[in-house]
Design a protein around this ligand. Sequence first.
Ligand code: SF4
Length: 795
Amino acid sequence: MFRGPGTGRNLTLLQRTLATHASLAEKDCMSITPPYSALIQKLGRVRKILNRPLTLAEKILYSHLVDPEKSLSGGRRIRGEANLQLNPERVAMQDASAQMALLQFMSAGLTQCAVPTSIHCDHLIQAAEGADKDLKRSIVTNQEVFDFLQSAAEKYGIEFWRPGSGIIHQIVLENYAAPGMLINELMLGTDSHTPNAGGLGMLAIGVGGADAVDAMTGTPWELKAPLVVGIHLTGKLNNWATPKDLILHLAGKLTVRGGTGRILEYFGPGVASQSCTGLATIANMGAEVGATTSTFPYTPNMKAYLNATRRAPVAHAADKAAAQGFLSSDEGAEYDEIIEINLSDLEPTINGPFTPDLSTPVSQFASFVKSQGWKDEFSAGLIGSCTNSSYEDMTSVADLARQAKAVGLTTKVPFLCTPGSEQIRATMERDKVTSTLEDVGAVVLANACGPCIGQWKRDIKEEENAIMSSFNRNFKSRNDGNPLTMNFLASPTIVTAMSFSGKLSFNPMTDSLTLPSGEPFKFTAPSGQDLPSAGFSTGDASYYPEPMPKPQPTVQVVINPDSTRLQLLKPFSSHFGPDTENSRGMELPPLRILLRVRGKCTTDHISAAGPWLKYKGHLTNISENLLITAVNDEGGAVNQAFDHERSTSGTIPEIAKSFKARRQPWALIVDENYGEGSAREHAALQPRFYGCAMIIARSFARIHETNLKKQGILPLWFADKADYSLIGSGDVVETIGLADALEGSPTASIKIRVTKLNGEIFEISTKHTLSEDQLNWLRAGSALNFIRARMNGLD
Ligand code: SF4
């Protein structure tokens, strides 16, 4: 059972961590210092192959290649085309997504993770009354999930950051990030702000659970080499403009898709003048333009941040790596595109509502609001989150609060503040930032995601209203579940100043507030401090896990067999081999078509989110949402499938379940770009769970196609896209040629023999993208089966 500090399992944790903190002058940096010598040596091999100047992003990526010669040789174009096989140095997972990743990891049968891994309990904490009560209540509500995560962490040697310790990205920046590092974080589909750690000059890339499991099991992680966009920063931010305004401005320029398949690499004199945490804010919101990640060359401010967070040995090693040219781009390196931004031209910017790329400079915001006919008011101001909870952010807003308090003002609307970590919370408290904010009406919430991820228990009617926040995302319903709430994104200082007015039209740079005396009052531009003069306070030592804890194989992972939220995964069985019912040898058994899906079918159509998220750790329960928003091309209905053998119809999960019950393996026919959207592994696990063995598509989204292969589903592409319409529900399909591919000819062509319901038989041609490794996964029944067999010496 998960317990608070001072009892049971947590007492052990507390004792361990107190011991660590007794001599806490510096962190143990063994596991958090990148192996610079090895990376630089590998980069030498890369240079021999590519023989051209490299961008910083390329240096970091390519120095983490498993085999540079295999990935980069041949004189072909790399960026935008080559598939890279990489070895990330670390994995970080948040509590919601970690559940299925750990269940999968457990089914691989390993005794510990191949790379240092951490779990962060941040997404499941509800915001309602304030930090202490919210934390206690949320621990009780999610007890079984936290118990599971903590026990699995102990068993496999994973660092466990318990509820209240902070938000994953802030913890990673404060504790694990290092210049030149490559790290995977496992994110919810709705949350891809891993790149926050790019503020320390590294590549941090958000991935789905299947990719995180790859890194945890030591399987090379595959990424299509991104294009690299150079963002040249000149000038200097002035007055009220902050790093947040830079990224809000850029989001307006690039739109939500402008960074897709690209790394944003900032360079130029404007980089060094930003604080490390300011760069993290910019990198964090690169996700809003769809960028793979963002990064910056190593700066003196990064070094200062590493020292302030007790990682001097990392700074020292980074200095040496920088002196060898590893932590910045080469002279003459070419970018796929260059964007020029003069920081001196930027003014505070407000983005939204409902999309982060609708960007309006604050000087034009009042007239924008008027032109839309919105009420000139907002109902809450929210600051903090992983995007903007640095010491600099908090001291800047405290400066405004102090100015307001001096003239007797308090905020006009509820004003909520979310510290990003225990370190930030404790330092704010010690330096009287918290009391200064509370003096003007702020409510300080738990160190967790809270309202940013929709964990905001808000008592308002479902009617149109506006909120101002320093968060990063503002899609409909994200914060309070109300689709009519308009979330406008701005810097913490703009949100704070506007909260004293309660009006959307208030421009704190030019407008005055009226004091009770009738006198006008105008804020002076706020100033903050990037690092605390007295150093960071670590706060409650029991929140900090021991670095690289030893796995404890005797620990039982806690899963209640009656749980509706967690369920152990049973390995999927292979279709091939003497122990199966398959009489077709190394070809798939005859498969019945469940349905032909029409048009767009994203991972959200395949495995819906919303209320289903609570079942992320329970494959049986979450599978009830399989394809429930997909359109059946035969009839055009949503969530309808036909069972021709039984002459019935039902929802898609109902018919899939009935196929599974009578041991009838099945296949899907799907349209273009099947599985686009977030890299949600459930979208591959669920069809496999119900008995899907093959999907034939007009085209696949690449990540989802790989996820299908990992779960042992054969993805095939129509050689002639017109064949899509020839196959329908109830038809039987059989592979011809798969045996050749599985038995040593990976490029063998695979045909499909189709037997229509009326008895007509014909063949169609298909293409596939299975590599030799992926064919091994298919033969074993899943990638995890293959790993387990290899470990047991059975392969
Ligand atoms: S604070 Fe918001 S953006 Fe950051 S990790 Fe939590 S939910 Fe994601």
